[in-house]
Design a binder for this molecule. Structure first.
Ligand code: SAM
Ligand code: SF4
Length: 317
């Protein structure tokens, strides 16, 4: 389906849970969130019915996200059901990777074709700090498991944080020489939970190009990253700049939260509830959400926070 500004909407990000086994400082509060009532969250059947409605409206790509999708007990059944939905050509997942040692192969067998793994540092102490509780070793074992499970592509997502990991840009980029992975640097977005970060933390992706002058431009695909490659590297480097230069003009996505709200735009509080609706009702809400997609989100900066109205773990990134 085409939205009011001529953008073809082909991509749904489905958050299957708000819960997470980590507490990244830019994403959610340190003491977690009040757990919502089970009956207020979408059931697996409702999620798969929404995926079917999305496919009917022209969505072909689905990304399973969260919270941490791999803490959800029936994540494999959701992935399998989504991959079998007529019209869905690709099911991808975004994860912190810590549970991939057990789940990478079953996810592949359930029909997931691509995996994005979040990793902000290669230093064990810094990893424990930024995630407030995670183990770097476990995340690295997760990347290893993903590389051995036969996915079409494995990507690593790194949130760029000035004063925290900008000194590690060359070391992180080296991963693309060592392994067949793409690494994407993502600008830190000013969400409610990124308030502990001062203005110096919000650095633009152009810093990566300054630190890696040998990067050569690569042909662009239809994603949001500008693509480059280090000489001789197996994988590419992607730069995603939602703050310094937004990509709203080509935005092709909508989001569905675990509590059943369709979000036309990540940085807008406008939501279309679907919990408890029948299939026709879901289809109508999805159509309305696509038509309500704004031309662009407002300016974002260290001083101008996102109007999303939710923590990132309640949206799915
Ligand atoms: N738990 C999974 C993970 O960490 O990959 C999936 C959910 S997480 C909300 C999805 C993505 O959003 C992650 O790559 C994470 O780094 C990113 N993210 C969360 N908060 C962010 C922020 N304030 N700015 C930029 N990216 C953020
Ligand atoms: Fe959890 Fe992912 Fe948010 Fe980190 S970024 S707290 S792993 S949902």
């Amino acid at each position: 389906m085409v939205d009011a500004y001529g953008r073809k909407i082909t991509y749904l990000r489905l958050s299957v849970t708000e819960l997470c086994n980590l507490r990244c400082r830019y994403c959610m509060p340190g003491d977690g969130l009040c757990k919502k009532r089970h009956e207020d969250m979408l059931t697996r059947e409702e999620m798969l019915s929404a995926v079917k409605a999305a496919a009917e409206l022209g969505i072909t790509k689905l990304r399973i996200t969260g919270g941490e999708p791999l803490v959800k007990g029936d994540v494999l059944a959701i992935c399998r059901g989504a991959a079998q939905t007529e019209g869905i050509e690709e099911v991808c997942i975004t994860t912190n990777g810590t549970l991939l040692p057990e789940l990478a192969k079953p996810l592949r067998e359930a029909g997931v074709s691509r995996v994005n793994i979040s990793l902000d540092t290669l230093n064990a102490e810094k990893y424990a700090y930024i995630t407030r509780r995670g183990s770097l070793d476990q995340a690295l074992r997760g990347i290893d498991a993903a590389l051995n499970a036969g996915f079409d592509r494995v990507k690593i997502n790194t949130v760029l944080i000035g004063g925290f990991n900008d000194g590690e840009i060359p070391a992180l980029a080296e991963l693309t020489r060592k392994y067949p992975v793409d690494l994407r640097f993502i600008e830190l977005m000013p969400m409610v939970d990124s308030r502990e970060f001062g203005p110096e933390a919000f650095i633009p992706c152009s810093v990566v190009r300054e630190k890696l002058p040998e990067l050569a431009a690569e042909p662009q695909d239809n994603g949001v990253a500008r693509l480059y490659r280090l000489p001789g590297a197996q994988g590419r480097i992607g730069l995603i700049s939602p703050v310094s230069s937004h990509f709203c003009g080509t935005c092709n996505r909508i989001r569905l939260t675990a509590d059943g709200k369709i979000k036309p735009c990540l940085h807008s509080a406008q939501e279309f509830p679907i919990k408890g609706l029948d299939y026709r009702g879901v289809l109508e809400q999805m159509r309305a959400a696509i038509l309500a997609k704004p031309a662009c989100h407002g300016e974002l900066s260290a001083r101008r926070h996102s109007c999303a109205g939710r923590s990132m773990n309640q949206i799915g990134g």
